[in-house]
Structure formats: structure tokens, C-alpha cells
Design a protein around this ligand. Sequence first.
Ligand SMILES: [Zn+2]
Length: 365
Amino acid sequence: MAPIFTESKKIDTYARTGVLHTRAGDVLTPTFMPDGTRGAVKGLTPQQVINTGVEVVLANTYHLHLNPGEQIIKKLGGLHKFANRRGPMLTDSGGFQVFSLDSHAKVTEEGVRFKDPINGDIRMITPEKSMQIQLDLGADMIVAFDHLIGLKDAKPEDVKDAFDRTHRWLERCIVEFKRLTNSMKDRPLLFGVVQGGLDIQLRKKSLGIIQASDVDGIAIGGLSVGETREEMAIVLEALAPLYDPERPRFLLGVGTPEDLRIAVENGIDMLDCVLPTRNARHSSVWGTNDVRITLTNEKYKEDKDPIEVGCDCYTSANGFSRAFLRHQFKSGDPLAGTLASIHNLRYMMRICEGYRLFTAPATIS
Ligand SMILES: [Zn+2]
């Protein structure tokens, strides 16, 4: 098989740039991947997403499995065709939503049993089922099904139990993935998930197990689930020297511009989060130096400036004023959320592109 990741340059001790090779095209790293929860980034056309510099969109297995169902999407030609999306797509394992949306989800060795929020049916996702759903959806990068637990007040024995189960489930994922892809000419990439909570020794051990497994990429799971930024940074710093240089590293569900920098400077190549677009739809955008701007604020009523002077996104570069955006938000026009989302995604991509150019990123002088 052709190389999966080509490292172009180390920026400093751990940060790096490179090219991730997928069956749907190459991706320059570091890269930020917005969440297209139900197949599309909310409020944005695929072209608007591409115009922000975004190269990969993440779709949620859990939501698409429940509605409209992977069989319908498969019948309609797969996720790319269904969502009219050119370029690589990644699906998560479905685990995060199962654990975060159903407080009564029950974990057994077989898998996770949960209640369908639409019709109340009892459903089950197993490691094998997660592989089947993601392959039916037709994603270019897929993630192994792991056992996630919240870090707040987690007992050490629960962390260890989830840690051990994650690795047992990974073996089942790999067997099923191979069974389903061995006749494919161009198969998707499989990411194994590192767990271990905030326990550094468990995290290092988990990374060792994942890197010894037959996976294409390394995903870091179980962060951004209630711990502080400092606690997250300590875990990432501990793992940074230990990565295999030939495999991409993906930090799941993170985060803000500050988190993005911490991650990239600790060797992470790819991140996804719903935050930039969710915040934008709620009128919260980032300005120079990561300052949070709430566009509905009274003080922007007569503000002629764009969200960020000098930003090259469609919204800022075309001079949509803070006053206009405030008016649109106040009027309930979804255009405001679209224009704000475009800016926030571009803000994240500018940070990534700054690293690729080996210059100090993110701020406009
Ligand atoms: Zn902008």
C-alpha cells in the first residue's frame, strides 16, 4: 500500500507539516475538520466549506445510523454523493454520541445498548456494527469503536476498565474491517483510538498498543470531556515524543483556537470539533488574538467594521459589518449563522495554514 502520511517538515520539536494520503485525495496538515453532523456542515453549502480552506469534513455515524440510516445512504451512492461533497470525509465511531446523548447507555463486552431517541427502540452498536455502518456510509477515514468515559470524577478502576475494553474492541474492529475491505481496490483508512483518561502511564501504554496494531492512523480519544486545558496539554505532551512518524495523528473533538495550537505543537495533525460552527450560529466569533466577539452585543449596533479587519474569509473580506450581522442575528435570519460560520472556520484554517508556512500563526498584524 502507498504511504499514508508523508512528513514534509518538522516545525519545532513536535509540530510538523505533512500530507495525508486518502482515497479521496491528499490533505495538507495540520488541518481542522468541521463536524458535518448529519452529512453537511450546518447552514453552509459544500462550496462555502471548501472556500474556507477546509479539506476534510467529519460526519457523525450515530446520527446518520439513526436517520436516515446507512442503508439508504449506501443505496443513494454513499455519503459523498448523498451530501454532494467532493473531497475526503471522515466518520467517527458513533461511540461519543452514544455515551454523551444517552445517560442510560449500557456497556457490555458485546457493545453498547442504547435507546433510539426518535422512536424509543432499544439499539445496539458493537465494534463490528460500527465498522459496518461506517463502511456502508462510504467514509474515506473511519474510527475504531472505543469505550469512552467522562473524566470528571471518573474512578481509576472505571478508567482502567474502559482502557482494557477499548483494546479488546480494537482487535474486533480490525478483524471486521479487514473482512469488509479485503476485496476493495481503494480502501478507507482505519484509526485506532488511544484511551486512558488522565493517567499518563495508561495513555502511553495505550499508544503503544495502538501503534503495534494494524491501523493506519492514531486517534487520541477521551479528551475535551470535562478536563481542564492544562490537563489535556499534559496528556498531549506526554504522548508527543512517542508517535510513529509515518502515521497521521488525530485528536478527537477538540476544540478552540488555543486548543488547536496546543495540539499541533504536540505533534497532532488533524482535529475536529463542532465548536467553531456551533458558536458561530449562536453569534460568537473569534477576532484577532482569539478575542471572543458576541455579535448580538448592543455595542456593535453601529459598528461598520467586519468581524476581523484583514481576515480573508468571504464574510470579512466582503465587508459584512458587525452592525449588519448583529441585525441579522437579532432578526433571526439564518444568513447570520452562515456568515459567522464561514469566518470561524476560516479562522481555524488560518491557524493551520500558518503552521504550514512555518510562520507565527493566527494573528493579523
Ligand atoms: Zn473573517
